[in-house]
Ligand binder design. Structure first.
Ligand code: ADP
Ligand code: MG
Length: 397
């Protein structure tokens, strides 16, 4: 935080008054299930976006990012896209969502520093939105309610406001998702935003996206979560992601269900001849994933980690052959993971089309595993990868 405070001070000539740290997330199991009202398991991980803020009196917002050269400045009463600075769409989008819900706030300066790789499937975008929303809430306290805003929370003697309740966190997650859908233009589900807000140290977050219910189960302490970044940057905005979503929605229409959550492998097989081929294949992936999460949750609770790991491999195979959201680099990372005896399971994580894999590995062999995968990848492609043993952490605060 010191580095960010210094950065803020250099650019804005004052110290920040508040700061927020929002984690990235790893989707453990349940690929592309969230917008199909399905089930998903995720982990908040120790890669963070940190933002520092301080108030301004002129109803303007000025943003500086440690990773980007642009100086972004706009009026709160005229928030609009600037194609020259696409990353600013994220803070602009969430500010608009808050305004639309009746949240009143004034101007501020915002500085950003992040350790979440961009476009790696660890959801830097959601962490960015969540961090911005919580920073505004610390600066200009508000309470979101299902119909708008309620009585704002009071500051304590130190000037801090109480953290949002779980109910309010869900509303914040929805606002962040809406920002990404409506302003940024990615039709993503709510997994990423919930994960960044609802993480718990050493716990798996289980999300039912139909009921919008969140629960947690402990992650075995002998397991390490290793993330291997293929180095292939996915491009979600306006791309393949929205295409897959359309196939899922089209399949649900053909099956006459409100969402693929309500389909089963049996109902899908029965309707196969009526379905467009790609609609069918995409639905097969999603319905299979929802089933795998259901099975996986029970396996995790029973401590059957080996069986749980097999579901990760099955998930990747389904991505590779049905949903077509893998790529040769991700397939290679999973194939290399399979050949290491300490690896229980591996799959692509997040949207796909590049980005990273998640690997469950015996903790005492996590470093050897990282070296094994990196060496194999180097040998086969001539390229190096980044990988991390990720800590599983609490949500944004
Ligand atoms: P992911 O969420 O998996 O990292 P996305 O494509 O959804 O990938 O989001 C990445 C985009 O989010 C970046 O291209 C950038 O516009 C924005 N973003 C993420 N982190 C930052 C950051 N620290 N500073 C500025 N923009 C960021
Ligand atoms: Mg994202």
């Amino acid at each position: 935080m010191t580095e960010l405070r210094d950065f803020f001070g250099r650019h804005f000539g004052a110290s920040p008054t508040h700061s927020v740290r929002a984690p990235g997330r790893v989707e453990l199991l349940g690929n592309h299930t969230d917008y199909n009202q399905g089930l998903v398991m995720a982990l908040a991980v120790d890669k963070f976006i940190e933002v520092a803020v301080g108030p301004r009196q002129d109803r303007e917002v000025e943003i500086r990012d440690t990773a980007f050269p642009e100086r972004v400045r706009f009026a709160l009463d005229a928030i609009a896209k600037d194609p020259g600075v696409p990353w600013a769409d994220y803070p602009k989008g969430i500010l608009l969502q808050l305004q639309q819900r009746g949240v009143e706030f004034g101007g501020f300066n915002l500085a950003i520093k992040s350790s979440i790789p961009l476009g790696a499937g660890l959801s830097s975008s959601a962490a960015f939105l969540v961090a911005t929303a919580l920073a505004v809430r610390k600066l200009y306290p508000f309470t979101l309610t299902p119909s708008g805003v309620g009585t704002p929370p009071l500051r304590d003697a130190e000037g801090n406001v109480a953290a949002p309740s779980d109910a309010e966190r869900l509303l914040l997650a929805k606002a962040c998702q809406a920002a990404e859908n409506q302003f940024v233009g990615v039709n993503c589900g709510i997994l990423d935003h919930i994960s960044s807000l609802f993480g718990r140290a050493r716990q798996v977050i289980e999300i039912d996206c139909e009921k919008l219910a969140v629960s947690w189960s402990p992650l075995d302490g002998n397991l390490a979560v290793v993330v291997c970044h293929s180095g292939v940057k996915h491009a979600l905005v306006g791309g393949e992601y929205n295409d897959r979503r359309r196939h899922c929605e089209s399949a649900a229409r053909a099956l006459e269900v409100p969402a693929l959550r309500y389909a089963t492998l049996e109902s899908l097989e029965a309707a196969k001849s009526r379905l467009d081929r790609r609609d069918y294949e995409c639905a097969l992936h999603v319905v299979g994933e929802i089933e795998r999460v259901r099975t996986g949750a029970a396996l995790l609770r029973a401590g059957r980690l080996k069986d749980f790991g097999q579901l990760l491999f099955a998930s990747h195979e389904s991505s590779r052959t049905h949903f077509l959201n893998s790529c040769p680099e991700l397939d290679l990372l999973v194939a290399l993971a399979r050949t290491h005896t300490a690896c229980l399971g591996a799959r692509l994580t997040g949207g796909g089309f590049g980005g990273a894999t998640v690997n469950l590995v015996a903790r005492d062999q996590a470093e050897a595993f990282r070296e094994h995968v990196a060496a194999g990848f180097q040998q086969r492609t001539g390229r190096s990868i980044h990988s991390w043993v990720c800590g599983v952490v609490d949500g944004a605060e």
